[in-house]
Ligand binder design. Structure first.
Ligand code: FPP
Length: 269
C-alpha cells in the first residue's frame, strides 16, 4: 500500500534545481493527477456534430495528455472514462463508448507499452463486456513491469460504489475472524480500494466548466487541489495540463496542519 506523504507544495521550496516544467521542480510535481474528461458532447454540438464525435475527439486529447504526463515524470494519472451512472445515457451512446474503449486499447496499447506506461483499470469491471474485460486483463499483464506513468482508466466506476465494495471486503475479513471491527484503520480502507497501489490524488482537473466531483475518487481526493477550466475536454491541450501543474505547485497545502518555521507543513487534525 502507498505510504502517505505529507509534503508541502511550493515553487520556492524547491532546492534540487531539477526543473522539469518552467519553474516547477520534480519535488513539487503532483504525484497523482486525476481528470474528469468532461465536455465532449458540448464540444461536438457546438460544431454541429453528433455527441459521439466529441468522444472520438476526446480520445485524441487523452493520447496527448497521457504522453505529456509521462514525459513530465508524473507518477500516476487516473481518468474518468465511464461512470456507474453513464449507463443511463441512450444505448447508442453507451455502445459507442464501449466500442471506442476497445478500439483505443487495440490501437494505443503497443505505443503506451513502448513508452513504458503501466496501464490499469478501476471500477466494477466484472459488469463490462467479457471481450473488453479480456482486453483489459491483457493490457494490464503486458505493461505490469513498466516503470513509467501509472495510467489508470476508471470504467464503470463510481466513488460510492468503490467504497461499498471496499467495505464489503473488510466485512468479509471481519466475518472470517481476520479483522476486528474496532481495529480497522484508514490504511485498511485504502488497501481495500481499487487504487490501493496508488498515492492519494494531489491534483484533480475538470474541464468543461462544471465545478463538481461527480462521484469520482471520493476517498482519494480528500486533500486534492482542484483545477477547473471552461475548455471542453477535446480542446484540452498539453499547455493547459502544464498550467494546471504549475498552478498546483504554487498552492500552499497544509493537510489540516500548520505551516512550521521550515516552510514545511505538519500533519494536524
Ligand atoms: C463526459 O463528456 C465524457 C464521458 C462520459 C466519456 C469520456 C470518454 C472519453 C474521453 C473517450 C473514451 C475513453 C477511453 C479511455 C477510450 P460528456 O459526454 O458528459 O460531455 P457533455 O457534458 O458536454 O455532455
Amino acid at each position: 500500500m502507498w505510504k502517505k506523504i505529507f509534503a508541502a507544495s511550493s515553487l520556492t521550496d524547491s532546492s534540487d534545481g531539477n526543473k522539469v516544467e518552467g519553474n516547477v521542480s520534480r519535488d513539487n510535481l503532483p504525484q497523482h493527477v486525476a481528470i474528469i474528461m468532461d465536455g465532449n458532447g458540448r464540444w461536438a454540438q457546438k460544431q454541429g456534430l453528433l455527441r459521439t464525435a466529441g468522444h472520438t475527439a476526446g480520445v485524441k486529447s487523452l493520447k496527448r495528455i497521457v504522453r505529456t504526463a509521462n514525459d513530465m515524470g508524473i507518477v500516476a494519472l487516473t481518468v474518468y472514462a465511464f461512470s456507474t451512472e453513464n449507463w443511463k445515457r441512450p444505448p447508442a451512446e453507451v455502445n459507442f463508448l464501449m466500442k471506442l474503449f476497445a478500439e483505443y486499447l487495440a490501437k494505443e496499447l503497443r505505443e503506451m507499452h513502448e513508452e513504458n506506461v503501466r496501464l490499469n483499470f478501476i471500477g466494477r469491471l466484472s459488469e463490462l463486456n467479457p471481450a473488453l474485460q479480456k482486453q483489459m486483463q491483457d493490457a494490464v499483464r503486458l505493461t505490469e513491469n513498466n516503470t513509467g506513468l501509472k495510467f489508470n482508466i476508471a470504467a464503470n466506476y463510481g466513488g460510492r460504489d468503490e467504497l461499498v465494495r471496499a467495505f464489503q471486503k473488510l466485512a468479509a475479513e471481519v466475518q472470517t475472524g481476520n479483522l476486528a471491527p474496532d481495529t480497522i484503520t484508514e490504511e485498511d480502507v485504502d488497501a481495500a480500494l481499487d487504487t490501493s497501489e496508488l498515492p492519494p490524488v494531489d491534483l484533480l482537473i475538470r474541464p468543461g466548466g462544471d465545478l463538481r466531483l461527480s462521484n469520482f475518487l471520493l476517498w482519494q481526493t480528500a486533500y486534492a487541489e482542484f483545477w477547473f477550466t471552461e475548455t471542453n475536454w477535446p480542446d484540452f491541450t498539453p499547455e493547459l495540463f502544464r498550467q494546471a501543474v504549475t498552478d498546483f505547485a504554487k498552492r500552499q497545502r497544509r493537510f489540516g496542519g500548520l505551516k512550521n518555521a521550515c516552510g514545511k507543513y505538519e500533519q494536524g487534525e
